[in-house]
Design a protein around this ligand. Structure first.
Ligand code: 0A1
Ligand code: ZN
Length: 849
């Protein structure tokens, strides 16, 4: 629905609500197109902040309202209602009607395959009933659900139930965004957990009856591991008698941490060896942990307002990253996270959508569930931990939980516990929350008389609305290696606080080779003159796994840049480095797979743009392909052995070690396929007994323009599995040759099982199109226009997913005039669409602005 005058909300305008909510009773009478919601809410005036009685409400039809039992007639607008109320505590009652079955935006109460479910974060509760829908208004909820369905769930503990009704009570005060209701014909996969203080908690994963029931076991074990980990590492215990997870097919995001009733996109919880890849298993485990960890970082301590989103998200992402590292390899996890930061967060931070980890204004908060708030927010916590040390970090966290339990807190509260614990002044560090943009760190060095000095200069480019940047506090982890590869200075963390700063290392006998920004100790871009010989040296000798990997990356980037801009042949130093990594059986296979992987084509476009070269996606694609062929030829004698060694025998297990072996095996297969005509890939596909290898075989074949028969067979085999079919839809577009990508995507939208109402299916096709860099940027402009057309269609039914997907265009200014014009036209077309949602209007406005 068109919002005539979208309001910009500012952090500086924060004011507490004029009333407190003492209790909430809700009764739901479920009906697909006419659900009735009866609310009974006890309010008290907030003496310290008197003001208007305003309740949010959107797309809800008011049937009646009462105050203290007497009928009232509030003033109702599109956004909510106001009403004259007593100057003393009172009870508000209202009945409203809503239509879950026609709610395609998937916010508020909606239906998905006949199941009722809710999504209230950030501002969905106002689509359920009139309420002060803001995170600092917290209350205890009691919920009665009436409906002719076997399973009726809400937050907290079950109180009572009978035929066609159930009552739930959540003793923990919560904001409305954590409310949830689920009702449907669901099957439970049960489990249990005994907490550290000996309390038994009933666990359930609810799914649609049938095939999905066989896909719950992994999620249940992951949940138990998460519960244990949060006790062991953060001392956090679960606080209700029951913890429920529900899998839903239609969901805008990954999952949601509603108190005691987490709702998951089915793709983020359902797993089986036959239908899920190793990457799926890893992601599912991380998301289950993430949502569970929110119980303390998000729910027990929530956010005062939506500007503080990173308070819960940055911290919870940081915690899930720690958890994943603990389950497998910290080094591998750190490299994976750095890849995400550099490719997706740096891309955001260096474009028109750049914003601080804690934004200062927004039009639509749903547009700020971003990689910056989540991932850079987590990096900021990681830097804080590195600066204060582990012991102080956990002490500060303890203080945070103790001091703010039950609060709606702010970033100031979070930093205060660190100041109080350590005595440090974090004023300057706080800039990480306020200043957008990726700092560039320029490095030079000198050596004389046994003293080695590193000189750093930091600058942060201007970002929208922020022209001037102040220096950041940057923890720079550094180690020094001798010329023959021994570590002469183990890792130290240099704390850079100024624009220019130098650090000295004394007592050396020769000029060392520095290893800088170990473990990716800060989300910054290093700018440094470095020879490929030095990079190759670090690739071979660095003791820090992140920098060992990164040296290879830097080398690959340089090789590709010269292939693209100078038509150079692949540098033998890189090819030798790859061969050495592949041969080194002492290295973790998962690490080896990462170490021989290339930067993505989009990363290369960004790198060229940073070097003031206009990127040509097709030239980048060709160079990447040529380099992969050269790599394959250079290491062809090693590949068969690697593939044989990396076969994991016995029944499939998604554990990190087995997955790591498969990862290296697949990397070898991808190389081999470029020189063996697809024989090994066809064999892999035919013999696969798990989705990881089946998909690896199929992808490899499609990559070389083969695999039509396998693709058809795959489709026949998995026709009835929605999640696997999403993979099939996505793969067809991702692997399409550049000039055909748009056509393939367009053809897929005509398939009977393409359903634009299902965000997973829409993302499968169009996320893959945007991800096929050379295809998306095909000179015809067809892919731009196709995506634009479909985004306009989707906006009318699902603004949130549409707005997110417009980010495919966020890099438009990187490219040459023709592409810029084509993309700008698409953005302008979207912007000019009548009835465009506030979500999408804000995004395209910022991109064009
Ligand atoms: N808080 C959830 C993510 C989430 C955010 C918004 C949503 O709907 C608008 C749904 C989920 C998380 O961090 O997992
Ligand atoms: Zn989260």
């Amino acid at each position: 629905m068109k919002d005539a005058s979208p309001q910009t909300i500012h952090l500086s305008d924060y004011r507490p609500f004029a009333y407190t909510v003492d209790s909430v009773h809700l009764t739901f009478r479920l009906a697909p197109k006419a659900t009735r919601v009866i609310s009974k809410i006890a309010f008290s005036p907030n003496a310290a902040f008197p003001g208007e009685f305003f309740l949010h409400g959107q797309d809800v039809k008011l049937i009646w309202a009462k105050i203290d039992g007497v009928d009232v007639t509030p003033d109702v607008t599109d956004a909510g209602l106001t009403c004259a109320v007593p100057d003393a505590p009172f009870v508000w009652e209202a009945e409203v009607e809503i239509s879950p079955a026609t709610n395609t935006a998937l916010e508020g109460l909606y239906t998905s395959n006949g199941m009722y479910c809710t999504q209230c974060e950030a501002e969905g509760f106002r689509k359920i009933t009139f309420y002060p829908d803001r995170p600092d208004v917290m209350s205890v909820f009691t919920v009665r659900i009436e409906g002719d369905l076997p399973v009726l769930l809400s937050n907290g503990n079950p109180v009572n139930s009978g035929d066609g009704w159930a009552e739930w009570h959540d003793p923990w005060p919560k904001p409305a965004y954590l409310f949830a209701l689920v009702a449907g014909d669901l099957a439970a996969h049960p489990g249990s957990f005994t907490t550290m203080s000996g309390k038994d908690v009933a666990l359930n994963i609810y799914v649609r009856p049938g095939a999905d029931e066989g896909k719950c076991a992994f999620g249940m074990e992951a949940l138990k591991r998460s519960m244990k980990w949060d006790e062991d590492v953060y001392g956090r215990e679960y606080d209700l008698d029951i913890f429920n997870i529900v899998a839903v097919d239609d969901f805008n995001m990954g999952a949601m941490e509603n108190k005691g009733l987490n709702v998951f996109n089915s793709s983020c919880v359902l797993a089986s060896p036959e239908t899920s890849t190793d990457a799926n298993f890893e992601r599912i485990e991380a998301i289950i942990a993430h949502e569970y960890f929110h119980n303390w970082t998000g729910n027990r301590i929530t956010c005062r307002d939506w500007f503080q989103l990173c308070l819960k998200e940055g911290l919870t992402v940081f915690r899930d990253q720690q958890y994943t590292g603990d389950q497998g390899s910290h080094a591998v996890k750190r490299i994976e996270d750095a890849i995400t930061m550099r490719s997706r967060q740096f891309r955001e931070d260096n474009g028109p959508l750049a914003h601080p980890v804690r934004p200062e204004s927004f039009i639509e908060i749903n547009n700020f569930y971003t990689i910056t708030v989540y991932e850079k927010g987590a990096e900021v916590i990681g830097m804080l931990k590195r600066l204060v040390g582990d012991e102080a970090y956990y002490k500060a966290c303890d203080l945070y939980f103790e001091r703010h339990d039950g609060d709606a807190a702010t970033i100031e509260d979070w930093l205060q516990v660190f100041e109080d614990t350590t005595g440090r002044d974090l004023t300057r560090f706080k800039r990480w929350y306020a200043q957008a943009g990726t700092p560039r760190l320029t490095i030079s060095d000198d050596y004389a008389d046994g003293t080695y000095t590193l000189h750093f200069t930091q600058t942060t480019p201007a970002t929208p609305g922020q022209d001037e940047k102040a220096p950041q506090v940057i923890p720079i982890a550094v180690g020094l290696l001798s010329q023959n590869g021994e570590e002469v200075q183990p890792t130290v963390v240099l704390e850079m606080t100024e624009t220019y700063q130098s650090f000295r290392f004394d007592g050396l006998t020769e000029k060392p080779i520095p290893s800088i920004l170990r473990d990716f100790s800060a989300p910054v871009i290093l700018q440094r003159e470095q020879t490929n010989a030095e990079r190759a040296f670090l690739m071979a000798h660095d003791t820090d796994p992140f920098n060992k990997w990164d040296a290879g990356r830097a080398l690959a980037r340089d090789v590709l840049t010269k292939m693209i801009t100078k038509d150079a042949a692949p540098d033998i130093a890189y090819l030798d480095g790859v061969a050495a990594i592949l041969r080194d059986d002492s290295l973790d296979p998962a690490f080896r797979a990462l170490a021989i992987s290339l930067p993505s084509e989009d990363d290369m476009a960004q790198a060229l743009h940073d070097d003031a070269v206009t990127p040509d996606p097709l030239a980048i694609h060709r160079a990447c392909e040529a380099l992969k062929v050269a790599m394959a030829q250079h290491v062809q004698d090693i590949l068969p052995r690697i593939m044989a060694d990396m076969i994991v025998s016995g029944p499939y297990s998604p554990d990190a070690k087995s997955a790591g072996k498969r990862s290296l095996g697949r990397a070898a297969l991808m190389l081999l396929t470029r020189i063996d005509g697809g024989a090994a890939a066809a064999k892999t596909y035919a013999e696969a007994d798990n989705m990881t290898m089946q998909l690896a075989g199929l992808s490899a074949l499609l990559m070389i323009g083969k695999g039509d028969a396998q693709s058809e067979a795959f489709r026949d085999q998995w026709r009835n599995d929605r999640l696997v079919m999403d993979k099939w839809f996505g793969l067809a577009v991702a692997m399409a040759p550049p000039e055909k990508a748009a056509m393939v995507a367009q053809a897929l939208t005509q398939e009977p099982d393409f359903d634009m109402k299902n965000p997973n299916r829409f993302r499968a096709v169009f996320g893959a199109l945007a991800g096929n860099a050379a295809g998306f940027h095909d000179p015809s402009g067809d892919a731009y226009r196709l995506l634009g057309t479909w985004l306009i269609k989707l906006d009318a039914i699902n603004p949130q997913t549409t707005a997110r997907m417009t980010t495919a265009f966020e890099t438009w200014r990187r490219y040459g005039v023709t592409r810029q014009t084509q993309m700008r036209e698409v953005l302008e077309n979207i912007a000019a669409t009548s009835g465009l949602s506030r979500d999408t209007a804000e995004m395209v406005g910022r991109m064009l602005g």
